[in-house]
Every structure is written in C-alpha cells, then in structure tokens.
Design a protein around this ligand. Structure first.
Ligand SMILES: [Zn+2]
Length: 140
C-alpha cells in the first residue's frame, strides 16, 4: 500500500522539501515540480510525496502561489505539526486503519447499513433489505 505511505511523508521529508524551497525557490519556480523531485532524488514516478508536502504546506499557509504559475513563495516557517514524527506516524497508522475498514467493508457479508452504522459507532441497526448483501440472501 505505497499510496498510503506517499500520502504520509515523515518529518525529515517535510524538512528537506522546505529547505529546498527556502534555498532554491527560483529554480523550483522556473523548472517546476520535476526539479523538486530530482532534488529529493527518488526514482519511482508514482511516488507523490512532493505533491502531498506542497498540498500540506499550502493548507498550513506556509506557501502561496503555485509552481505551475511560477509564482510560488514561502510565507511562513515549517509548522511544528509537520516536524513531529510521532504525530505523522499516528496519522499513517490511522490512514492504514481506514483503508483496512474499507477493505473489510467490501469483504463483509454483513448488511452494508449495519456495517457502516457500526463503523461510525451506532450499533443496533437492522438489516436494510436493499443492499447487495441483503439482496444476495433474498434472491437465492
Ligand atoms: Zn442491507
């Protein structure tokens, strides 16, 4: 499940991207995301950690503008939340749990409504009689 890992860069990765933006912002703006990708020296084209980091930096108000428009600027320091490996690992763990819940949902032979109600902490739901699981047992 590489995509979960790439959605959750560690603190060192955030720090390295931030440092490149800080020291080579002109190169990043003129050569684009590929320049940033090369500086981070990873080979897998599907690895989208750079995009994740840029998105998070934008969400935390650290950057403004965009590389696509060649007007990316740093407006703030790297926030503590993105330098806290314990916190980032916890998010990775939670994302893995959510993924597992989705996988289990598809594998489940329990009524979909019951599964979802249980997942969100509302037990005691009765079979809906309309979902694929309920209908599977009615038809046969
Ligand atoms: Zn059902």
């Amino acid at each position: 499940m590489e995509f979960i890992k790439w959605s959750n860069p560690n603190a060192e990765y955030y720090s390295r991207v931030y440092d490149i933006l800080k020291s080579n912002l002109n190169s990043v703006n003129s050569m684009g995301v590929d320049y940033l990708r090369e500086q981070m020296s990873f080979k897998d084209k599907n690895d989208f950690r750079i995009e994740t980091v840029l998105s998070m930096l934008d969400r935390y108000g650290v950057i403004e503008g965009s590389i696509e428009n060649k007007d990316l600027i740093l407006v703030d320091e790297l926030p503590d939340e993105l330098q806290d490996d314990a916190r980032l690992k916890e998010k990775l763990l939670n994302d893995n749990k959510k993924l597992l819940a989705v996988v289990n949902y598809f594998k489940s032979t329990t009524c979909r409504r019951i599964y979802i109600s249980d997942y969100f902490g509302f037990p005691g739901e009765k079979p809906c009689g309309n979902c694929d699981v309920c209908c599977q047992y009615i038809i046969t």
